[in-house]
Design a protein around this ligand. Structure first.
Ligand code: MG
Length: 463
């Protein structure tokens, strides 16, 4: 009797579209599809931090390139100091694989010691803890000095082991007071060893003394003098998919011929009316030698660049370069392919955006074709007719071509593509003449590009 009543209630709840806790739920918004990968491959939405090739997404904690040895698909601790990601992360799911050296003479904390520091602050200890007694909150799987692992799931030294970690950063006030503790959950070789323990203060030997005010920090791997090996490191950023906090966009506009200022003023109104975004902007002209309102770039989640041949002083350029060096996303429009003076542009156009600007054709109409139909940037984007096709030259090998432009005499060139730089998503399009901003399909495409590059969910941010 109780059961049938229970089911009747459940059926009623489902019928009303209520979740079991009684909160109305919109079941028309489906979760994003993720290919989970097979044969130990990362899921399709993971950022791969080390795939055995190189440590280009990492740097030495003391500055400069990461100097750990990379051989046979593994990164090996070699006494050159801790390494950390160039990019900072908030809440994450992290997967990494590690192996301590085969057993030598040492015991206790000297045996296969390394560690993974979330946000450069909170160490999940890595140690050869196989039949190696040491203080319990210093074992493999410990949140070092705070919580011992629930069990010792260690494999023998020399064997590959896995950590799967869910980390939520503490919420912190402007003066680094913890308002709400973070949390840590760890599986060691698939066995739960930390079950949602609170995270409040950095562990010993952390790179930073206080919790991060902005809730982010780099991932750090410890050099504790043992030749620990690493492979297959990937991360999924948890806060981005669900987050409804505003996306911070900074616009750099300065392309007179194509009237970037009036187009982008109109476009930023469009964004603000429809989406939960916060927009700052620097408005300049072609060849600008000074960029006003540059400070918000430091906090911007994404740069929208539609400017031309700026010649900025070094200190200003460094603020912009910092953005892409951290792997933060950029959407570049039209003259963005030659946004800066020539030397910087070699890096920006070729390495960051993955392009190769070569000038342009005449004024004739351009028929734009989508060539990567299932790419999120082209979601719901129909045919676009533009004009004055750019010559794109040969794109970087790892650029993903999204649209091509076609003019008379069967001539065509790449128009829109996606690229990665230091783990960040970049999108460039050579479209962007004033008429394009009147075209719903172009506006849709640029907006898709912004959300995709920023790893943010368009629906979650829709007003
Ligand atoms: Mg350690």
């Amino acid at each position: 009797m109780w059961q049938s009543k229970h089911y009747a209630t459940l059926a009623l709840l489902i019928g009303l579209g209520l979740s079991s806790n009684g909160i109305a739920q919109d079941n028309s918004q489906h979760p994003t599809a993720v290919d989970p990968g097979s044969n130990n491959a990362p899921p399709s939405d993971a950022l791969v931090l080390f795939d055995g090739t190189d440590l280009s997404l990492w740097q030495s904690s003391g500055g400069g390139p990461a100097k750990w040895a990379v051989r046979s698909g593994k990164a090996v601790v070699n006494g050159t100091g801790n390494i950390m990601t160039k990019r900072k992360f908030g809440d994450v799911q992290l997967h990494l694989e590690w192996a301590t050296p085969k057993k030598g003479e040492d015991d206790g904390q000297s045996r296969g010691n390394s560690g993974v520091y979330l946000q450069g602050r909170y160490e999940v200890q890595i140690l050869d803890s196989y039949r190696n007694p040491t203080y319990s909150d210093g074992q493999a799987g410990a949140l070092y000095g705070h919580f011992p692992p629930l069990v010792n799931a260690s494999r023998k030294p020399g064997k590959w082991q896995t950590y799967d970690i869910i980390f939520h950063a503490p919420a912190v006030s402007d003066d680094s007071e913890v308002n709400k503790p973070g949390s840590l959950t760890v599986w060691h070789n698939g066995v739960l060893v930390q079950d949602h323990v609170p995270v409040k203060t950095p562990t010993r030997a952390a790179s930073f003394g206080k919790p991060a005010v902005d809730g982010t920090g780099p991932l750090m791997l410890q050099d504790h003098g043992s030749a620990v090996r690493y492979r297959n490191i990937w991360v999924r950023e948890l806060d981005r998919h669900r987050s409804t906090k505003p996306l911070n966009i900074h616009i750099i506009s300065g392309s007179n011929e194509y009237e970037s200022e009036s187009s982008l003023e109109q476009y930023q109104r469009y964004l603000k009316e429809r989406f939960n975004v916060s927009i700052t902007a620097s408005w300049v002209e072609d060849g600008a030698e000074d960029l006003p309102g540059i400070d918000p770039i430091r906090k911007a989640d994404l740069l929208l660049v539609f400017t031309r041949r700026m010649k900025l002083p070094k200190q200003q350029m460094e603020i912009i370069e910092d953005h892409w060096q951290q792997g933060k996303p950029i959407v570049g429009i039209r003259t963005a392919s030659h946004a800066f003076r020539r030397d910087t542009n070699q890096i920006f156009d070729h390495k960051v955006l993955g392009g190769n600007y070569q000038g342009h054709y005449g004024d004739e109409p351009v028929e734009v074709r989508n060539v990567a139909g299932d790419h999120p940037v082209l979601d719901g984007v129909g045919e676009i007719t533009s004009k004055k096709l750019y010559k794109a030259g040969k794109l970087a090998e790892d650029s993903v071509l999204l649209q091509t432009g076609h003019i008379e005499d069967n001539r065509s060139d790449p128009v829109t593509w996606a690229h990665h730089y230091n783990g960040g998503r970049m999108v460039y399009t050579s479209l962007g003449v004033p008429a394009d901003f009147e075209d719903d399909d172009f506006v849709r495409m640029i907006t898709n590009a912004i959300f995709w590059a920023a790893h943010r969910d368009r629906q979650a941010l829709t007003k």
